[in-house]
Write a protein that binds this ligand. Structure first.
Ligand code: PMP
Ligand code: GLN
Length: 392
């Protein structure tokens, strides 16, 4: 038989799926794939249950329930000072579908798209599936700053877009105002479209507030802003996303979306529409809760002899293996961690083509008991690995 599409035939299973299956199979504590251990706020589950039983269960409009498109526009006005209209919003089946539709709408065969590594695992295959070519700008630990010279070096006459993940998974970094200004200036100067994956916009710590690129001078016309209710409301399985852009950009994205999933479950959309209007206090409490978990994991790791990088946003933090006195092979570390010590983590090299290694991502959206147990196991793992290194 002739070969199928090599892009998919040769593609490994996603690192998150692989690690979660391994956690289920071995009973290990899963700090790998990013999802909260709790089931999400009971209030939003009730809203969805009511909408399922008493609302409509037939196809909603392809672009989303009008009430949700309005709620998204108003939400971004209230929280980020943006003035979007509901017509500039399309509801998608998660941020992943929003990214897919955006890339399909923007890319023509051969177009180059810049990604910042370590990059979320979906970007490269989605760019390639759309016919584009990914060009990498590498960010460097521990501060993961975006350097203007590196960005400019990646731009060629064939560059069409940049995928900008802010706050960034897996580095847990929220970009600073000067980096956003630099990126905006570069996009305008080189006529680039910015596809902004902002799924972590609400989960930022230490008083940080989200800075959307779309608000930068000259960017309203060239930014595609993507969000995810799964992240905002701690219900990652819901896969309700939204994409916002100026009419010239949102129209082709809506057309791409109509032949990917066409639409998204109406009951989940209805629940999200109501929840987006919840008081500021709810969002503050949600952030405070994750921040407390971050601090619990970070201090536990420090006490166990690990050096962790700062986590400014998302529900991840990374261990620096070399600074923790360990060999920098993050894949080998994660393998031993699960087989010998019962904890699943994600090697950061899985997010990098160049595979620099050296860092391991842990998800802290877990109960105190789970975090404490994981820290105890990580402590034993470090001691065992140090012993093996000195005796080996
Ligand atoms: N982008 C980033 C940066 C993410 O971290 C995630 C999931 N954690 C997604 C996209 C996927 O979002 P969704 O589940 O809404 O498709
Ligand atoms: N975004 C999640 C993470 O970073 C994974 C989502 C997925 O498995 N596709 O862990």
């Amino acid at each position: 038989m002739r070969r199928l599409n090599p892009l998919f035939e040769d593609m490994p299973t996603s690192i998150f799926e692989e690690m979660s299956l391994l956690a289920s199979a071995t009973g290990a504590i899963n700090l790998g794939q990013g999802f909260p251990e709790h089931q999400g706020p009971p209030e939003i589950l009730q809203l969805a249950a009511d909408a399922l039983l008493h609302g409509r269960n037939q196809y909603p409009p392809s672009r989303g329930l009008p009430v949700l498109r309005e709620a998204v526009a108003w939400h971004y006005n209230r929280h980020q000072g943006l003035s979007l209209t509901p017509e500039q919003v399309v509801v998608t089946s998660g941020a992943t579908e929003a990214l897919t539709a955006a890339l399909l709408a923007v890319i023509q065969p051969g177009d180059e798209v810049i990604i910042l590594e370590p990059a979320y695992d979906a970007y490269r295959p989605l760019i390639e599936r759309a016919g584009g070519v990914a060009r990498v700008v590498t960010l460097t630990a521990p501060d993961w700053r975006m350097i203007e010279a590196d960005l400019l070096a990646a731009i060629t006459p064939g560059t069409r877009a940049v995928v900008f993940n802010n706050p960034m998974n897996p580095t847990a970094r929220a970009f600073e105002a000067d980096e956003l200004a630099m990126l905006a200036k570069t996009c305008v100067a080189h006529d680039l479209i910015a596809i902004c994956d902002e799924v972590w916009e609400h989960i930022q710590f230490d008083g940080r507030r989200h800075l959307p690129l779309i608000a930068q001078p000259g960017m309203a016309e060239r930014t595609i802003k993507i969000g995810s209710a799964g992240k905002i409301f701690s219900v990652t399985g819901w896969k309700v996303g939204f994409v916002c852009a100026t009419p010239a950009l949102i129209e082709p994205i809506a057309k791409a979306h109509q032949f990917i999933t066409f639409t998204t479950p109406p009951n989940l959309q209805a629940a999200v529409a109501t929840a987006l209007d919840w008081d500021d206090a709810w969002f503050e409490a949600m952030r405070a809760d994750y921040q407390r978990s971050r601090d619990r994991l970070a201090s536990g790791l420090t006490a166990a002899g690990y050096v962790a990088l700062p986590s400014q946003a998302s529900y991840f933090l990374s261990i620096d293996l070399a600074a923790s006195g360990l060999a920098p092979d993050d894949v080998a570390f994660c393998r031993r961690l699960v087989t010998d010590h019962g904890v699943v983590a994600i090697p950061l090299s899985a997010f990098c083509e160049a595979r620099p290694g050296g860092f391991v991502r842990l998800c802290f959206a877990k109960s105190d008991a789970t975090l404490d147990q994981a820290v105890a196991r990580l402590g034993l793992a470090r001691e065992a690995m140090l012993r093996a290194e000195t005796h080996g």
